[in-house]
Design a protein around this ligand. Sequence first.
Ligand SMILES: *Cc1c(COP(=O)(O)O)cnc(C)c1O
Ligand SMILES: [Zn+2]
Length: 430
Amino acid sequence: MSATLQLPVQCASCGERLAGTTPITECPRCGGLLDAVIDTTQRLTPSSFDAPRYTLGSTSGVWRYRQLLPAIADEHIVSRREGNTPIYWHDRIATYAGIEPGRLGVKHEGHNPTGSFKDRGMTVAVSHAKSVGASVIACASTGNTSASLASYAATAGIPSMVLIPDGKISMSKLSQTLAFGAKVVQVAGDFDAALQLLREVTAEFDVYLANSVNPFRPEGQKTIVLEMLEELGWQAPDVIALPGGNLGNTAAFGKALVEAYAVGLIDRLPRVVTVQAEGASPFYRYFQSGFDHYEPMTPNTIASAINIGAPASVDRARRTIQNTGGLVACVTDEELLDAKAVIDAAGIGCEPASATTVAGIRKLVADGEISSDARVVCVLTGNVLKDTDNIVKYHLDDVDGAPRERANRPIRIEATMDAMKKVLDDAILS
Ligand SMILES: *Cc1c(COP(=O)(O)O)cnc(C)c1O
Ligand SMILES: [Zn+2]
């Protein structure tokens, strides 16, 4: 650990070390992605994270874990009291996934201030942006990153700009972004095209890049895992499942686990299971080839948050799967929508991408890859209100001329007691 570098970052490809005191997102020597360097020679115990009530260390489920985060000064921290999300242990969801009741939990990141886990990364990235005096912060986004950036940048009083794939993001996410005041640029192309364009912009102009190629975002996202472990009394579950799109979160989970193990907080690593949608599954195919052959693809899934064909963090994510003995699964749009309907009907709810986790576990249990007595935590990455258009379509649209099995259709009646009695007899009290 270099004592001379402030906020040290290290190239994941060539090992070059740099100070993170300027906005850098790739290695100047080889172009590789950068990781924040955390002191893993320190020893931490469960009480290391105790903090007085109503201070940042307890009200933010990110900044509570400061010993394992980049050392950003207090006066630069931009927090909306993110994190502190619940784990629900729900038997109907467990049974649906093929896991014994009481052994499957869902950690709900939809409880964050803007409704997705992106807030955990954004509080660290925007704090870093503030510490380096950024004048504009920008991201390319499938929706949640832009909503989160718009909110945190507004909180910090820094202008923000987001590039979104034209027509391919949910109206709920676009509404949040507009409401929070970001400049929205709609790019004719997919997410991958938007990110490529933005990387060219930030290379040439004084614009701070807040995508997960920014080494500070994954640092905040590590706290999903740290908080989960803390809630489980630092007893690692057998499996942690999450959706995979750009794969920044898969990379962050691996880093969190390796660091938590190194500093003595856990004594074994859970398996990380990344689940992709079939229509955007380059990482799944890479895994199927024994991580031998990787090819990006043109993405096409209803789960817009993971509709990404050329994930930026593919190498870092591969290391997570390899380091934890993990797995990569993929599910069809109908499978993830079915799982979502189960999660929704449990009263919990999530957006489509999040439901890949439960659908993926169900598949892996059926395939014998995960045993039914495994202790599993699925990360629900986004709130149910993030994609209302697809909820309405799911329940109202026919598939092959018939409603879906779990469709919950409104019943239209005349305003008479006779009509109401018929509804009660046929559909409510029967
Ligand atoms: C961003 C996002 C994902 C995908 O995370 P990656 O880090 O891009 O793999 C999944 N679900 C939701 C709700 C998201 O917002
Ligand atoms: Zn390098």
